[in-house]
Design a binder for this molecule. Structure first.
Ligand code: NOJ
Ligand code: CA
Length: 701
């Protein structure tokens, strides 16, 4: 009977083939008791089914081929003033759609992105008063599924004050998980590997070195990456997070169930307030038979709307240096009162000279503006930072002119100290100054507890702030690299000027963290978790691995070869060479940083296992050269690379930067061997990665 309904409502342009392939009755457990419609992906690998229980509770389930991955799970909301959205719904209509198009990124992991999906919209209405309307939109891609709630314009509900979103994920098996504790303020926790049934995120609270932590429950942040016993890789995240709160996932270890738990606001007493019509972010589940497939998925971008910024020719992906690492090492300071101010005119010119000489693009200058004397540890941070007034020993105009005369960009820095209202007041003035000076990139920062008190970095109020910054920046032709940001949800498709962000423990933790910094398996974890959310300004390139003479108790826990490999493994359109410039002088390995691209025609993950190792190859857009990066965790590894990704019949020179004899992240991190070999598409080579090691190859025509 359901079938007949569907035939009637299908638009005539839909081909019968799609209809037949898209709709087949489901077989998730309890299905016989429910209405259901199964939506297949274009080549039938994945499917998501809409379910409606006899009591009118909407739900869904997810399958990969014939395997159930997420079993029948209910959907709904708890609202402040009105009855929950939960049950008593009937289906009053539905619509099937599909798309197969290629679109072009202005910059990115790959130029052309294929967006191929089938979509089902289900129109629901409450059978009882006040007859509220809700649509569910489902999409199936070959690399995963997604769904979102939509509230159409209606008399019955003008506004929603959401106390909780009750989206459940009833997992079919006790998956192996790579999880980071749910946190309302930061995403700078290390990932832990355990079975779902063993997750205890509350134990991971209050890690040393973390400014703020708020975890109400046993909840995890997304992306949450999982693996089934059969080796299917699954990652739950969200896409297009706008005017809503971040979704953490509450873990019910006994029932192998996750449930959305939105970040709240103690000040406002709810989790999100929205005007109807309204659409939630997409709840997205990547599905891949191997770990590499997660990394190569572009579903998160495809779930976002096309670009709203017409002209982005003013931004070019770049490598940059900066007055930055020296502050993290304690060699200099952000503030001027300390007597060892880093951001002086003379120091900036030194960095500009180095950057110009080595053909890199930009110089970041932190600590250039007044306010830093009143930064960390102060509660009264409103009105302190000034985003247009330089310190007396920093001549902003002179530095910018000098940089431009050498073809170098100055990257502006705005540390808000988590006083976003102070920043918003100055936003237009600060961006107008940048525009007048011809500066097109700003790194923002949100260190500390949010003011006003009771707001959190990942709540709706702050998400609207981050969005306002992006949209205002776009008007002034400014690209934003946000630190202490909201997590990535693919919005860079719509707002390409949101070029990069931190949102994970970056290199800086190696300089000062009291927990020993980032362990050797940090980045092999991050590639398959945090990086699934988008570009990451990790700031690689430390050559002075042991940080001598500045830090006795800290170090970087990788080899030098791995630091080079990170320029390929981590994707970001702004990629820092973060070490003190004196540490690059006379270093043969630095040639790789000079050569490596930042903007890609295509990218491919050749091999990898979550938390263990990964090998990624990318082709540079401008030159057509290829770059390969491979990294391993604390375990040494032998890998073999098949160069058949290269075009046939062309000879290339490969500059190979590999771990030298006896290299080891701790005992011998800087042992680096550089070879030059001729290769073509039939070449196969074996490489040894040291513990905490890596491999970087520049492949030139
Ligand atoms: C934290 C950022 O992650 C770091 O890169 C920056 O140097 C400091 N905040 C100061 O803004
Ligand atoms: Ca490992």
């Amino acid at each position: 009977m359901l079938r007949t309904i569907f035939y009637k409502v299908f638009p005539m342009k839909q081909s019968i083939l799609i209809i037949l392939s898209a709709l087949i009755l489901v077989s998730c457990s309890e299905e016989k008791k429910r209405y259901s419609i199964r939506l297949f992906s274009p080549s039938h690998k994945t499917s998501i089914s809409f379910l409606l229980s006899p009591g009118g509770t909407p739900g869904y389930c997810v399958q990969y081929k014939d395997q159930i991955i997420v079993d029948s799970s209910s959907l709904g909301f708890e609202l402040k003033e009105t009855a929950p959205i939960k049950s008593d719904f009937e289906m009053i209509g539905n619509h099937l759609d599909s798309l197969n198009e290629n679109w072009e990124q202005p910059w990115g992991e790959q130029r052309i992105v294929n967006n191929h999906y089938n979509e089902l919209t289900v129109n629901l209405r409450e059978k009882i008063e006040p007859h509220r309307l809700m649509n569910l939109i489902f999409r199936s891609y070959d690399d995963g599924v997604a769904f979102r709630y939509e509230f159409p314009d209606q008399e019955a509900m003008r506004e929603m004050t959401i106390l909780e979103e009750n989206t459940k994920f009833r997992l079919k098996e006790d998956y192996t998980c790579w999880w980071a504790p749910g946190d309302w303020d930061i995403t700078e926790h290390l990932y832990t590997n355990s079975l779902l049934s063993k997750i205890d995120a509350t134990k991971k609270r209050n890690q040393p070195s973390l400014g703020q932590t708020y975890i109400p429950d046993n909840a995890v942040n997304t992306p949450l990456t999982m693996r089934s016993k059969d080796g299917l890789h699954i990652s739950i995240h969200e896409a297009a997070l706008v005017n809503y709160s971040d979704m953490t996932l509450k873990v019910d270890t006994a029932n192998l169930q996750l449930q959305s738990s939105l970040v709240g606001s103690d000040r406002l007493g709810y989790k999100a307030k929205v005007q109807v019509p309204f659409k939630t972010p997409w709840r997205m589940i990547l599905l891949s038979p191997n770990a590499a497939g997660l990394v190569d998925s572009r579903m998160i971008l495809n779930l976002n709307e096309p670009s709203k910024v017409k002209d982005v020719s003013w931004f070019k992906p770049m490598k940059y240096t900066g007055i930055w690492w020296e502050m993290h090492l304690g060699k200099s300071s952000w503030d001027m009162a300390s007597g060892k101010h880093g951001a002086t005119t003379a120091n900036a010119k030194k960095y500009i000279d180095f950057t110009a000489k080595n053909g890199l693009g930009g110089v970041l200058v932190e600590g250039w503006n007044t306010g830093w004397e009143h930064w960390i540890g102060f509660d009264d941070r409103e009105g302190v930072f000034d985003f247009v007034t330089p310190y007396a020993d920093y001549n902003l105009e002179e530095v910018v002119q000098y940089a431009h005369s050498k073809g170098v960009e100055i990257i502006m820095h705005h540390e808000t100290s988590s006083a976003p209202q102070t920043y918003e007041k100055q936003l237009d003035k600060a961006y107008a100054l940048m525009k007048r000076l011809g500066l097109h990139t700003v790194k923002t920062g949100y260190v500390g507890k949010i003011l006003p008190k009771g707001e959190y970095h990942h709540g709706q109020w702050m998400i609207n702030h981050y969005q306002k910054v992006i949209e205002t920046a776009a008007k002034y032709q400014i690209a934003v690299d946000a630190h202490e940001p909201i997590k990535g949800t693919g919005l860079q498709r719509t707002w390409p000027n949101f070029v990069s962000r931190e949102g994970m423990r970056g290199q800086e933790f190696n300089a000062w963290s009291s927990d020993g910094g980032n362990p050797p398996d940090h980045l092999p974890n991050v590639v398959f978790t945090r990086m699934l959310s988008g570009p990451f300004d990790f700031t690689p390139g430390v050559f002075n691995i042991k940080l001598k003479p500045y830090k006795d108790k800290n170090q970087v826990s990788t080899t030098l070869a791995q630091q080079l490999a990170l320029y390929v493994v981590i994707y970001s359109p702004v990629q820092m060479a973060c070490d003190l410039i004196e540490n690059y002088e006379g270093q043969p390995g630095f040639q790789f940083i000079r050569d490596v691209g930042t903007d890609w025609e295509s990218s491919k993950t050749l091999a990898g296992e979550v938390g263990d190792f990964v090998t990624i190859v990318r082709q540079e857009k401008k030159t057509g050269n290829w770059f390969l990066g491979s990294i391993t965790d604390e375990n040494a590894r032998d890998i073999s690379v098949d160069f058949s990704f290269l075009p046939k019949g062309i000879e290339f020179t490969a500059d190979v930067y590999k771990d030298g004899a006896n290299a080891h992240w701790d005992s011998n991190p800087t042992s680096l061997q550089i070879d030059h070999v001729k290769i073509n598409s039939t070449t196969k080579l074996d490489f040894h990665l040291a513990p905490g090691g890596g491999l970087a190859i520049a492949i030139k025509k």
